[in-house]
Design a protein around this ligand. Structure first.
Ligand code: GLN
Length: 284
């Protein structure tokens, strides 16, 4: 979780906004919590609904997954900026399949090995390419498929970007065209074109999911482009930022208020899980 908070901070400092991070245990958003722990349920939904942006980070196992799906749905339906990282991208895909495409059985085979509509699947070649290890790890290249999407603009219209990975499952490549027909764009892919790396909802203010972990490459003074996008979208500065990063504005104007300008309090929420523990812990 340290990486996420630091990446959020790097981006907030660059955009001159005060960051308020509320960690929401995703289990508390689930229907069962309304009955079993009503106070926690009220609190979790209050934080989520009050947030200017939502981050759902990575995780393993199925604990708290339903709560994360509800958070992605809330962000998607209410035009709240959303960044889903790794598992956070996979659950956004599952949510889209279930809610928008009416594929009620859609799931990841990580959570249900017998899923009738497996929209996220175990990477078949993982074990072969990594000498017995099943995790796809380390820096890999993502190629942008289109240059007018938000993430390509945030990465300064690069043709490709190298970011770090840590996963065993991936979007089912056989369902990609079905998703794209239903409006979900897969704007970044690996060199084969079969492995999905970045999703976007073009009609949404900022709804982005990445199979990679952009937080690992964020540094003070050199924030992750996608975290900048999340914070900018959460504080009404995305258009200006995109003009700057995509080169439409040539002079290096700051996209934010200068020193002494009043600060906007940015309240963000997220849901999260830590990397190694299961899904229900805390976050932004
Ligand atoms: N780091 C992650 O979020 C991993 C996501 C998922 N559990 C996978 O293995 O693909």
């Amino acid at each position: 979780p340290v990486y996420f908070e630091e990446a959020l901070l790097h981006a907030s400092v660059a955009l001159d906004r005060k960051l308020v991070v509320d960690w929401v245990p995703s289990c508390d958003l689930e229907d069962s919590a309304a009955v079993e722990t009503p106070d926690a349920y009220e609190k979790a939904w209050g934080l989520l609904k009050g947030a200017n942006g939502v981050l759902v980070p990575g995780g393993f196992g199925d604990r708290g997954v339903q709560g994360k799906i509800l958070a992605a749905k809330h962000a998607r339906e209410n035009n709240v900026p959303y960044l889903g990282i790794c598992l956070g991208m996979q659950i956004a895909v599952i949510e889209y399949a279930r809610s928008v495409m009416k594929l009620r059985d859609a799931n990841s085979t990580e959570f249900d090995p017998a899923a009738k509509t497996p929209c996220v699947i175990f990477m078949p070649e993982g074990s072969k390419t990594h000498m017995g290890a099943t995790m796809r790890l380390g820096s890999r290249r993502t190629f942008f498929q289109v240059n007018n999407c938000k993430s390509a603009k945030l990465y300064a219209n690069a043709n490709y970007v190298d970011e770090r990975h840590r996963h065993r499952y991936e979007v089912n490549p056989d369902m990609v065209s079905e998703f794209e027909k239903a409006g979900l764009s897969f704007v970044g892919r690996d060199e084969s074109g079969r492995r999905m790396e970045i999703i976007e909802l073009p009609t949404h203010k900022f709804f982005v999911g990445t199979q990679f972990h952009p937080e690992f490459n964020s540094r003070p003074g050199k924030p992750s482009p996608l975290f900048l996008g999340l914070i900018a979208a959460s504080s009404g500065q995305l258009e200006h930022l995109l003009q700057r990063t995509s080169g439409a504005v040539s002079s290096p104007t700051r996209c934010i208020a200068g020193p002494g300008a009043p600060k906007t309090k940015l309240r963000m929420n997220g849901l999260v899980s830590t990397y190694f523990a299961n899904g229900s812990s805390i976050h932004i």
